[in-house]
Write a protein that binds this ligand. Structure first.
Ligand code: AMP
Ligand code: GLY
Length: 421
């Protein structure tokens, strides 16, 4: 099969690497791709992931057999719908089903209606009503913009002043544009967080190895939120007992709820869980693979990813038995100094080959080639993943490899996985 992957980050690099191993894939393209992906796929840098028309045209011109749409924006923009309309098979949810991620109010309403455990919340499209509601509540409290906001639309307010400021900022300040026109005000939950990525074909839901992300930029979960500074899998917090509860109380009820609402979700359903005193509760759904969770989870997959994607698209996932390596994986993100705030690009990167020789896989997130030199071209630059028999072994070898890589201002957390080793 000739396959096109849409996107150009570390997650897409992990997907491309896995697809490259597939016995079904004969040719692999990636739009736009990046300098690392170019080693696994033919990249088409001129086609942006968000340009649905250009993606469909590329798929037609290149006569690809299958398209994997990985990032949130093209999914929300209906990329899969448009491809399928043209008779091109695609992996990922329709724009309607992608509302599980693109509208926090859509997914919250679904959870409320079908009794899926999550934080109590109220929805507001009027700022004065939201502020009046806040007067009846106490901190900490969570304010969420309804729409996609690059992972920045959630404020866990520690004081009521902060909560009010967030509401005003989103609803009046237009900080997130249309995404913030409606907000959710939500009870603050307490507990450890686990990510459960699930293959879902609308009939069957199959969780992958559970993982843990590290969202804050500095050690010990300090500093601002980022897209994710590192991840590992499997999560030791996701015990067989928690896994069973999650399956019975969250995953199957979510599948049934989507079915009852009359839509089919095909793709990866990302279930972000908080393990609270009262059991697992949903923090959020995403309609795609997580980043950087995928860079820790997919290396553990022993089955053919392309076979799974085809089965998801054809709704035959129930016929497959998906195998996983009996190992742990850890991914350390190397970021540009200053990220998630302002940072400079164009810094020369050295040591990638040495890191790979040390046994790690280096996923490129924000890199490019300039004058024959690999340089930084994003906030998150690389993800260094290593496998080990134990989480400790995986973390140690990921760090040993990551420390071989250098660029001006490089920043990584030094405590990925340390709480759970
Ligand atoms: P989200 O974009 O929905 O994943 O939210 C980003 C982060 O905000 C999550 O990973 C949590 O750490 C935190 N968060 C979101 N909702 C809640 C909540 N109701 N209670 C506590 N923390 C939350
Ligand atoms: N790692 C968080 C996300 O992919 O949304």
């Amino acid at each position: 099969m000739k396959v096109l992957v849409v996107g150009g980050g570390g997650r897409e690099h992990a997907v491309c690497k896995k697809l490259k191993e597939s016995r079904l894939v004969t040719e692999l393209l990636c739009a736009p791709g990046n300098a690392g992906i170019a080693q696994a796929a033919r990249c088409v840098p001129g086609v942006k992931a968000t340009d649905v028309e250009a993606i469909v045209k590329l798929a037609k011109d290149e006569k690809v057999d299958f398209v994997c749409v990985t990032p949130d924006d093209p999914l929300a923009l209906g990329c899969v719908d448009e491809l399928e309309k043209e008779g091109i098979a695609a992996f990922g949810p329709s724009a309607y089903a992608a509302q599980m991620e693109s509208s926090k109010i859509f997914s919250k309403n679904l959870m409320k209606k079908y009794g899926i455990p999550t934080a109590e919340s109220e929805t507001f499209d009027d700022m004065d009503a939201a502020l009046a509601y806040l007067d009846t509540k106490s901190a900490p409290i969570v304010i969420k913009a309804d729409g996609l906001a690059l992972g920045k639309g959630v404020i866990v307010a520690q004081t009521m002043d902060e909560a009010k400021e967030a509401v005003i900022d989103m609803m009046q300040g237009g900080r997130f544009g249309k995404s913030g026109a409606r907000v959710l005000i939500e009870e603050c939950m307490f507990g450890r967080e686990v990510t459960v990525l699930c293959f879902c074909d609308g009939k069957t839901i199959v969780p992958m190895r559970a993982s843990q992300d590290h969202k804050r930029v500095f050690d010990h979960d300090q500093g601002p939120n980022t897209g994710g500074m590192g991840a590992f899998a499997p999560s030791p917090l996701y015990t067989p007992e928690i896994a069973e509860r999650t399956m019975n109380e969250i995953l199957v009820p979510t599948l049934n709820a989507m079915h009852a609402e009359g839509f089919i979700f095909k793709g990866v359903l990302y279930v972000g869980l908080m393990l609270t005193e009262k059991g697992p509760k949903v923090v959020e759904y995403n309609a795609r693979f997580g980043d950087p969770e995928t860079q820790a989870v997919l290396p553990l997959l022993d089955s053919d990813l392309m076979e799974i994607m085809v089965a998801v698209r054809n709704q035959t996932l129930g016929d497959l038995s998906i195998r996983w390596k009996d190992a742990s994986a850890a991914c350390i993100v190397l970021a540009s100094g200053g990220y998630p705030g302002k940072y400079e690009g164009g810094k020369a990167i050295t040591g990638v080959d040495e890191a790979e020789k040390a046994g790690a896989t280096v996923y490129h997130a924000g890199t490019k080639i300039a004058d024959d030199q690999l340089v930084t071209a994003g906030g998150r630059v690389l993800g260094v993943t290593a496998l080990g028999e134990t989480l400790r072994a995986a973390v140690d070898s990921a760090y040993a490899a990551a420390r071989k890589i250098h660029f001006d201002g490089v920043h990584m957390r030094s405590d990925i996985g340390s709480k759970d080793c």
